[in-house]
Design a protein around this ligand. Structure first.
Ligand code: PGA
Length: 251
């Protein structure tokens, strides 16, 4: 399966900066065939970036959405509106949203159900434990619980889902799990997906790794059997650096 490499620009860029980085991506990934590349700018920059990426190999993704398609929900944006402006991916339940905005597994579940029923967008559900949970040796059970709650009550007819495993202690810190630790978690996630979705669909879901991904460590993660790609924050803000991460086959 082709690897999926997602850039999460978070809230790092203004409008002009987002447009400029999108233009750089377009250049860097011209004629690209190796991997599926996705850029997730801030919501206010989506239409600008969509225009800039037109005709390129880079797909557009959003960093969040609401769980209803329409209504009196001040300040929120629906997945259907995001689809209208060209989003093909949506990140759901990123740990920063869980931490700073109190986003719960139940909300992630509602958002996921809405994305699946109201759009054709690919949802990317983020999971991952913090340092305390990892130290206590409870990381596998913790992530398993997050998955069960996020995916509950869904009848799967197709494998329209991506999971991103991002240990919180690795995000933006320069720390990363060992290959064995990442492999152990990815295997555990795979077995939960198979239980929830059935073997056929559960095997098709790409499971990304995220957290301090860099050109120096990306190949190591991508070699792990169950790693279907990467979710990249800081290192995606420079197009050339991000290209090195995505260009793992030619290293
Ligand atoms: P990072 O962020 O690559 O800067 O650690 C990853 C993420 O939060 O998606």
């Amino acid at each position: 399966m082709q690897k999926l490499i997602i850039a999460n620009w978070k809230m790092n860029l203004g409008l002009a900066e987002s447009r400029a980085l999108a233009a750089e991506y377009k250049k860097q990934f011209a004629g690209w065939v190796n991997t599926q590349i996705v850029a997730c700018p801030s919501e206010f920059a989506l239409t600008t970036v969509a225009k800039e990426l037109k005709g390129s190999k880079v797909s557009l993704g959003a960093q969040n959405c609401f769980w209803e398609s329409k209504g009196a929900f001040t300040g929120e944006t629906s997945a259907t509106a995001l689809q209208e402006i060209g989003c093909q991916y949506i990140l759901l339940g990123h740990s920063e949203r869980r931490e700073y905005l109190g986003e719960s597994c139940r909300q992630v579940n509602l958002k996921l159900k809405n994305v699946l029923s109201a759009t054709r967008i690919m949802p990317v559900v983020c999971v991952g434990e913090n340092a305390k949970v990892r130290k206590a040796g409870k990381h596998l059970a913790f992530v398993d619980g997050q998955l069960k709650r996020a995916l509950t009550g869904i009848k799967w007819r197709e494998a329209r889902l991506v999971i991103a495993y991002e240990p919180i202690w690795a995000i933006g810190t320069g720390l990363v799990p060992s290959t064995q630790d990442a492999a152990e978690m990815h295997l555990a996630i795979r077995s939960r997906l198979i239980k929830l979705m059935g073997a056929d669909l559960g095997r098709q879901v790409p499971i990304l790794y995220g957290g301090s991904v860099s050109p120096a460590n990306s190949t190591g993660f991508l070699k792990i059997v169950e790693v279907g790609g990467l979710l990249v924050g800081g290192a995606s803000l420079e197009a050339a650096k991000f290209n090195k991460i995505a260009n793992f086959k030619q290293k």
